[in-house]
Design a protein around this ligand. Sequence first.
Ligand SMILES: [Zn+2]
Ligand SMILES: [Zn+2]
Length: 103
Amino acid sequence: MDKEAEKAMFVAWTCEICRREFKDDHSRILECEHCEGHFCAKCVKLNDTEYDMISARKDFHWHCVGCEPRVLQSIQIEKDVEKKLAEFMAKVEYKMKTRRKRL
Ligand SMILES: [Zn+2]
Ligand SMILES: [Zn+2]
């Protein structure tokens, strides 16, 4: 066994909330995408089924309670920009249509 693989085997996650160490791969731990902190499923109030559903999805983005408000805020800003852009495009389209009618 090489050193890298050996190291990987001894990786332990410490839950940021309960400070418990989780050493095996099957522990139900979530990693916050924003602060990269680790949280056990128990502390984030996920049951086994919910956890399995989340961890099975590769496109799922999970954020801890500390980061979630910030992440949600930036998503909201993005949505607002998108909405304004959509409104603007709708106006432009409307103008073009009415102009075409007049011609
Ligand atoms: Zn915990
Ligand atoms: Zn976080």
